[in-house]
Design a binder for this molecule. Structure first.
Ligand code: SF4
Length: 481
């Protein structure tokens, strides 16, 4: 699941129920752009701030801009990353005018990339810190207060694994656990290696200890995070470390669901497929980036697999797990993409039938090799994008429609959005990761976050399912608290 597939609730930090007296060192708010990696880093940012006595602002305080510290955790991967970042900190300048004591900090991938440039372009920013030195944030804020000037500290070396930092978890029932940081690949469109550095793996015992701590603290679901989870362990000389980790997660009592992201098609081995299929609490969900269906373009992207390899991995996945929900990332209009290349992408999409795909139009990321290649005309890319989107939307909808009448097991994560509030439904994800809005049948008690409910799907929507089961008509509604 990437940014486009997360709900607002899954992206947002928990707001603290703060009274106006309970400000500690000051009230903070973290605004996160980007992927799960960033959302998880924001949990660490909150952790280091709270360890120094800062308190989370309540939703009302955020809305009223009654804040002492605002942190923007930026993303360099998405289109217009720079525009998004400067746009947000530009808006926050207003807060400084209202409250000159309030501080603004910028972290994440754009901070890692642009460093001093941020403080030059936006001198009202108090602190700039990188992805590898989150722990310095409270000190930078303190120095900025004393010196009355912007403090920039961006480290290129990872001194502390972010997982060793204190954390404030967004959800008590679903936790993210990072297994590695960085990436050793060199995809020509991607800025990640430049901003996150080479891959560093955590020892398996550390990962399992953290998973156990999450479960002891109430988590029922854990998502293992890495830029390329399949190469986990290679740096430690153990190429079977990832399937071993999945199997080890299978014997943790109380851990109901294990997910992971992102795998890489090149290193997706039979051992991983077997471990997924044979470990009951590992969900049959796979976010497998395709990027392009054309070998020529995959080569230009410097992706180390080819279409046949991709299709053969997924065919083995489907054989071992016929219920697997497979999602993907696809780039349209990469430099040099011809109509034939694009057709090959469409063919793969038709064959694989992704349950959903995050499709985006190629746009150059400064600092990447592909940014220097000759670009395709915007209108052509737009036209291809629309064709791909229409195809994927049809396949997604057909997949969702096929769920109607079937029973799914949903882990409740809360109420998301106005629709849930109006209908009194609760939302969660089924085992394959699809969003399901569940209505509680009359006479049944309320659902709580973390409950597992098996229910009959009664309707399919655009990118979600609805389960309003009527047990009196033989439909299923069974809750496991
Ligand atoms: S595998 Fe490629 S796209 Fe993914 S993070 Fe590494 S360099 Fe970027």
């Amino acid at each position: 699941m990437n940014e486009g597939m997360m709900t607002q609730g899954e992206r947002q930090m928990n707001f603290g129920p703060q009274s106006s007296e309970d400000r500690g060192q000051g009230l903070y708010y973290v605004h996160t752009l980007g992927c799960q990696m960033n959302v998880h880093d924001s949990e660490r940012i909150a952790g280091v701030l709270e360890a120094q006595g800062y308190r989370p602002a309540s939703q009302e305080q955020v809305e009223a801009r009654d804040l002492d510290v605002m942190v923007l955790n930026t993303c360099a991967v998405r289109e217009n990353a720079s525009k998004r970042m400067y746009g947000t900190i530009g808006k926050w300048a207003h807060l400084k005018r209202l409250n000159p004591q309030a501080q603004i900090a910028v972290g994440g991938c754009m901070a890692q990339k642009d460093r001093e440039q941020i403080a030059r372009r936006a001198p009202w920013v108090d602190a700039v810190f990188g992805t590898k030195n989150i722990e310095v944030l409270p000190e930078l804020l303190q120095q900025a207060r004393v010196r009355q000037s912007s403090q920039v500290q961006v480290s290129d070396q990872l001194s502390l694994f972010p997982s060793d930092l204190p954390t404030v978890r967004t959800s008590k029932t679903s936790s993210w656990v990072s297994i590695s940081v960085g990436c050793n690949n060199t995809c020509t469109f991607c800025i990640v290696p430049a901003v996150r550095g080479r891959e560093r793996d955590r020892p398996i015992a550390d990962v399992l200890a953290e998973v156990n701590r999450c479960v002891e603290a109430g988590a029922k679901e854990v998502t293992l995070l890495g830029q390329n989870v399949n190469s986990y362990g290679y740096s430690m000389g153990d190429r079977y470390a990832f399937p071993k980790l999945l199997r080890a997660c299978g014997s943790i009592p109380g851990l109901e669901r294990v997910r992971f992201t992102s795998p890489h098609p090149a290193a997706f081995t039979d051992e991983v497929i077997e471990a997924m299929a044979q470990t009951p609490n590992v969900m049959h969900q796979l976010h497998m980036p395709l990027q392009s269906g054309s070998d020529r373009i995959l080569r230009a992207m410097r992706r180390s697999y080819r279409k046949d390899r991709y299709l053969s991995v997924l065919s083995k996945v489907r054989q071992a797990m016929p219920d697997a929900q497979i999602t993907s990332d696809i780039i349209v209009g990469f430099p040099g993409e011809s109509e034939e290349d694009f057709q090959e992408t469409l063919d793969v999409v038709e064959q694989v039938r992704f349950s959903s795909a995050y499709t985006f139009q190629y746009s150059p990321r400064p600092g990447t090799p592909a940014a220097l290649m000759e670009q395709l005309p915007k209108e052509l890319v737009q036209e291809r994008f629309e064709r791909l989107l229409a195809l994927q939307e049809r396949i997604t909808q057909e997949g969702l429609d096929a769920f109607v009448g079937r029973d799914v097991e949903v882990m409740v994560s809360g109420q998301h959005g106005r629709r849930d509030e109006n209908t009194h439904r609760m939302t969660g994800r089924e085992r394959g990761g699809i969003l399901v809005h569940v209505g509680v049948p009359e006479g049944k008690s309320e659902l709580a976050v973390g409950d597992l409910v098996t229910c009959t799907v009664t309707e399919s929507g655009k990118h979600f399912l609805v389960a309003d089961p009527k047990p009196e008509r033989g439909q299923t509604y069974v809750v496991q608290h």
